[in-house]
Design a protein around this ligand. Structure first.
Ligand SMILES: Nc1ncnc2c1ncn2[C@@H]1O[C@H](COP(=O)(O)OP(=O)(O)OP(=O)(O)O)[C@@H](O)[C@H]1O
Length: 529
C-alpha cells in the first residue's frame, strides 16, 4: 500500500482538523516524561488512514528521524504532546532511519514492522541493529505487497480511549477525500460520455448514478407508494437504476451484479433481510451503500444511526456523507450486524412472514415470549485470538453492530462499529423470571451506556471468535437463519462504506459568515485524545 505524506494526500487537511495541526507537537517518552523530539510529518495510506508519525528524535538520537506507528503513541491534544510508548533510546537507534528522499515501499515497511516486532518481543533489543542488519524479507515471502494493516492492530489501530480526537479527524479526512474522489469520478464519466458521442450532454455535473435495489414485499406499508416517494426525492439528484428483488433473486445477487457492472452507489430498500444482503455484497468493495429501511424491526438502519422514515433516509442519501464501519465474516459469509445463537435464532425462526404481516414488530415479541418458556442451557466453548472460555449459556450474541432493541447483544457499555472488534454477550439465566430480569438489565445497558452487571450476564471483545456448543444450536446471522453451531466469526475492520446522516457539527447548525465584526474564539478545545 503506497503511503503518502499527509500534505500530498490532502493539501488542505487542516480544514478537517478544526484548523489545528499535529505536526509540530513535541514528543515525550511515556515512561520518563522526557522530551525526545517532535512530530515532523504524518504518513497516511491510500484511503487516508493514519499509519505513522514521522518523529524527529534529534533531541534523543542525533539527527535521526523514524517512522513511528500510530499505535505506539498516546496523545494529549490540549497540551500538544505525543507520548511514545514501548520504545527506548537504544531501540530508536536500531530502527531504520527515515528521510523524505527514502522510497517507502512495501518492503521498507515490512522491514520496519519486523524491527518493531523484534523490539517488543525483546529479540536483541539490548544490541542495536545496524540499518543493514534489519531483517530482510525474501522475495518468495513477499505477502506484504498487499499488506493489510489490520493484521498488526497494535501498530496501526487508533483506539477510542487514547486517540479520540485524532481518530475523529482521521474519519473526517477520509470522508472528505472520498467525496472529492467521487465528484472527480462523476466529472470523468460525464467527459467520457460526451466525447464518445457527437451529442452534447447537458447533464448536471452533480447528477450521480445509483443502483436502487427495492424489495416490493418488505414491511407492512404500501410499497408502490413507497417507491413513488423515493423516486420523487432521489430522481432529481440521481440517475436511478431501479432493480426489484423477486422470490428467486434477492438483494445479494442483484447487489453483486451491480458491483460487477461498476455501480458507483448502491441503495437498498427493504427489510433487514434485504438491507443486510445488499450490505454483505458490498463488503470490501468500498462502494457506498445507501439505506432506505422499510421492514418490521429496522434493526439494520437503527444500528448504524440511519433514519427509518423514507423521506429522512432519502435526505441522508442526498447528503452523501459516508462512514467507514467494520463488517465481519461468519462461517465465511459476510455479516454486518450480529450472529445470535440459541434464544435469538429460535425467536427469528418462530416469527413467520404471515405473523409479521399481521402483527409487525409484535410478532418478534410474541415469538420471544414463547421462547422464554423454552429456555435451555447448552455447553459452550468460546475461542478468541488470546483465550479459550468454557461455560454454560442460554443465549450468545456476537455483534459487530446492533440496535438497542437487540437486547441480547447489549452486554458491553457501547457497541462500537468501527473499533475493529466484535462484542460477545453471553446470557445464562436459570429460570424465566431471571431471563426477563437479564433482558431488562441489557435493555438498560443499551440506553444508559453502563455495562450489564448481572452475574448471569457476561461479555467480551475480540477480533476473531470461534464458538461451539453441545448440543448444536441454531444460528441466525443478520436476521436470517444460517444452520447450526459451530461458528467462526472474523471482524473485517473498515469493511463497509455506509451513507450516514451528517454528524452534529458537520451539518449546518450554525452560519455566521458575513456578519459584521465577526470574531469566533474557541472556548473548549478538545482535550486528551
Ligand atoms: N418480489 C418478491 N416476492 C416475494 N418475496 C420476496 C420478493 N423479493 C424478496 N422477497 C423475499 O423477502 C425476504 C426479505 O424480506 P425483507 O427482510 O426485505 O423484508 P421483511 O421480512 O418484511 O423485513 P423484516 O426482516 O424487518 O421483517 C427474502 O426472504 C426474499 O426472498
Amino acid at each position: 500500500m503506497p503511503l503518502k505524506r499527509i500534505k500530498d494526500f490532502a493539501p488542505n487537511y487542516i480544514e478537517s482538523f478544526d484548523g489545528k495541526d499535529f505536526i509540530g507537537f513535541n514528543v515525550y517518552t511515556k515512561k520518563t516524561g522526557k522530551k525526545v523530539g517532535y512530530i515532523k510529518d504524518i504518513l497516511v495510506d491510500e484511503m487516508g488512514y493514519f499509519r505513522y508519525f514521522v518523529v524527529d528524535f534529534g533531541l534523543w538520537v542525533f539527527n535521526k528521524q523514524v517512522m513511528l506507528p500510530v499505535g505506539y503513541t498516546r496523545i494529549d491534544y490540549e497540551a500538544r504532546k505525543v507520548f511514545v510508548i514501548g520504545v527506548d533510546r537504544k531501540q530508536v537507534e536500531s530502527l531504520p532511519a527515515y528521510n523524505e528522499q527514502i522510497d517507502v515501499d512495501s518492503e521498507y515497511e515490512e522491514n520496519l514492522r519486523e524491527a518493531y516486532f523484534n523490539i517488543t518481543s525483546g529479540i536483541d533489543s539490548a544490541v542495536p541493529l545496524l540499518e543493514n542488519q534489519v531483517p530482510q524479507i525474501k522475495q518468495a515471502d513477499a505477502g506484504y505487497v498487499n499488506y493489510d494493516y489490520a493484521q498488526a492492530a497494535e501498530l496501526y489501530e487508533l483506539s477510542d480511549r487514547h486517540h479520540r480526537v485524532i481518530k475523529e479527524y482521521q474519519y473526517r479526512l477520509i470522508a472528505k477525500h472520498q467525496l472529492v474522489t467521487e465528484n472527480e469520478r462523476v466529472e470523468q464519466l460525464i467527459v467520457a460520455s460526451s466525447t464518445s458521442s457527437n451529442q452534447v450532454t447537458y447533464k448536471n455535473k452533480l447528477t450521480r448514478s445509483a443502483c436502487l435495489i427495492f424489495n416490493p414485499v418488505a414491511g407492512q406499508s404500501d410499497s408502490k407508494q413507497d417507491l413513488v416517494t423515493i423516486k420523487s426525492i432521489l430522481e432529481p439528484e440521481f440517475d436511478l437504476d431501479i432493480r426489484m428483488t423477486t422470490p428467486n433473486k434477492d438483494a445479494d445477487e442483484i447487489a453483486k451484479e451491480a458491483v460487477e457492472q461498476g455501480a458507483q452507489i448502491i441503495i437498498a430498500s427493504g427489510g433487514d433481510g434485504t438491507l443486510s444482503a445488499a450490505a454483505e455484497a458490498v463488503v470490501g468493495t468500498r462502494i457506498p451503500l445507501g439505506v432506505i429501511s422499510r421492514g418490521t424491526a429496522n434493526a439494520f438502519a437503527t444500528a448504524l444511526g440511519i433514519p427509518v422514515t423514507i423521506p429522512a433516509a432519502c435526505q441522508t442519501i442526498l447528503g452523501g456523507k459516508t462512514r467507514i464501519v467494520d463488517a465481519a465474516y461468519c462461517n465465511g459469509r459476510p455479516m454486518v450486524l450480529l450472529a445470535g445463537i440459541g434464544f435469538e435464532a429460535e425467536t427469528v425462526k418462530r416469527a413467520h412472514r404471515d405473523v409479521k404481516n399481521r402483527f409487525g414488530m409484535l410478532a418478534y415479541v410474541l415469538a420471544g415470549i414463547h421462547e422464554l418458556r423454552n429456555l435451555e442451557f447448552f455447553e459452550t466453548r468460546i475461542e478468541t485470538e488470546d483465550k479459550v472460555i468454557s461455560l454454560n449459556a442460554a443465549a450468545i450474541t456476537v455483534a459487530n453492530a446492533a440496535p438497542p432493541t437487540s437486547v441480547l447483544a447489549q452486554g458491553p457499555a457501547a457497541l462500537l462499529v468501527d473499533d475493529g472488534l466484535l462484542d460477545v454477550t453471553i446470557v445464562a439465566p436459570t429460570n424465566t423470571i431471571s431471563a426477563i430480569a437479564a433482558a431488562y438489565n441489557l435493555l438498560q445497558s443499551a440506553y444508559s451506556g453502563e455495562v450489564a452487571n448481572r452475574p448471569d450476564t457476561g461479555f467480551l471483545r475480540a477480533r476473531s471468535i470461534k464458538i461451539s456448543t453441545n448440543p448444536a444450536q441454531r444460528v441466525v446471522v443478520d436476521g436470517e437463519l444460517m444452520g447450526k453451531t459451530p461458528i467462526d466469526v472474523e471482524c473485517v475492520p473498515g469493511g463497509l462504506t455506509i451513507i450516514v446522516p451528517s454528524l452534529p457539527g458537520e451539518c449546518t447548525q450554525e452560519k455566521l459568515d458575513g456578519l459584521p465584526n465577526l470574531r469566533v474564539e474557541p472556548k473548549n478545545p478538545p482535550t486528551v485524545g
